[in-house]
Design a protein around this ligand. Structure first.
Ligand code: ADP
Ligand code: MG
Length: 356
């Protein structure tokens, strides 16, 4: 994007932010500054008073360690808001922190916030309301695949097709885009969280070993894969033996974990294939040039790009910094609002306010 001095000056006196409200992570991208907040979408709450005790990273660290009167909540499920009040508290906290970071007092921010493609009017309204309630002066919504594509630098405004596979915590979103719009899309509730569960199940069945979600996620990130590795690896896993009840350490290999993840990986591959089946041959031919772009944290699963490329006979590439694509794409809107506002989605008039 060309440097625009007027935008730069305006940026000094207003706060324009792009937000990726993900099931796993929330990112806040401030115009002129970049990504200033990147934290897990988790909140710990005192059950009795309903007061939040910790938000973001601090809350995620408490998972599995909380006393009885404290719950750790992930307010977004399957890509959409499931706990409205908690989402609002979380957004308010993150937006508030951005405000605190500015040297001069600024007016309330303008916000562009990502929503999964194909969500209902009520779900859109919930995200909009949460952003406004959290202190935005103005809020716009953008479909996440569009934001991811913008962030990844795909030519979605052109008469050429492109495809994004965004694998997050709760959902995998597949979208084919052309001429600034979504041509075909699929949303699947199999993504990073499900893979963590796969690993928990596998170790329980094979070794009678009980581990928590955090450990499972670490195993997935260090040795999880979707395609044979040049050199297979092993890790030591600590857990509790379900038969003896005692702590135990087991050595687990990347071959075993690939086996554990196989079913989820297959579902993701099948869903991408399904979306490909639906698109016109012209766009298939475009995709043969440009390839399939992967975004989201799940794109980093070792060998998943190779696996997709192998099965689908297309080139597959991982976007630069796949975890921040949506936030960067949402933040880009304000850099050239006149041209890029066409990517925003409207709300139907008169739809009622969502209540949690
Ligand atoms: P969301 O958009 O739902 O917030 P993200 O795009 O932030 O999700 O991705 C989070 C998911 O990506 C989590 O399930 C996390 O475990 C997974 N993830 C992050 N890094 C890796 C990695 N290197 N390998 C495999 N999965 C990863
Ligand atoms: Mg996401």
């Amino acid at each position: 994007m060309a440097f625009n001095p007027i935008n730069w000056l305006l940026g000094l006196f207003s706060l324009d932010i792009g937000i990726d409200l993900g099931t796993a992570n929330t990112l806040v991208n401030v115009r002129g500054k970049g990504i200033v907040i990147n934290e897990p979408s988790w909140v710990t709450i005192d059950k009795r008073s309903r007061h939040p005790l910790a938000i973001g990273m601090a809350a995620k660290e408490m998972v599995g360690r909380t006393p009885g009167n404290v719950v750790v909540v992930r307010p977004l499920r399957d890509g959409v808001i499931s706990e409205f009040d908690v989402t609002q508290i979380m957004l308010e906290y993150f937006i508030g922190r951005v405000h605190e970071q500015s040297v001069v007092p600024l007016p309330k921010p303008r916000v562009v916030i990502g929503i999964p493609a194909g969500v209902t009017e009520v779900e859109k309204r919930a995200v909009y309301d949460a952003a406004m309630a959290a202190g935005a002066r103005q809020a716009f919504l953008i479909e996440e695949p569009i934001a991811a594509a913008l962030g990844a630098g795909l030519p979605i405004g052109e008469t050429r097709g492109s495809m994004v596979v965004d694998i997050g915590g709760g959902t995998t979103e597949v979208a084919v885009m052309s001429m600034s719009g979504v041509v075909a899309s699929r949303s699947l509730r199999v993504a990073g969280d499900e893979m963590d569960q796969d690993i928990i199940q596998y170790l329980r069945n094979k070794y009678n070993l009980l581990i928590g979600q955090g450990v499972a996620e670490q195993i997935k990130i260090t040795i999880g894969s979707a395609f044979p590795l040049p050199t297979e690896k092993t890790v030591e896993v600590r857990g509790r033996n379900l038969v003896t009840g005692l702590p135990e350490t087991v050595e687990v290999s990347s071959v075993e974990i690939r086996d554990a993840l196989a079913a989820s990986v297959q579902v993701i591959v099948d869903t991408v294939r399904d979306a490909l089946d639906e698109i016109p041959p012209e766009i298939v031919s475009d995709l043969m040039d440009i390839g399939i772009c992967m975004a989201g944290g799940g794109a980093l699963l070792l060998g998943l790009d190779k696996r997709l490329a192998d099965d689908l006979n297309l080139r597959v590439w991982i976007a630069e910094d796949p975890l921040t694509c949506v936030a960067r794409g949402a933040g880009m809107i304000y850099e050239d609002f006149e041209n890029l506002a066409r990517y925003l989605v409207g709300l139907e008039r008169g739809s009622t306010r969502h209540r949690a």
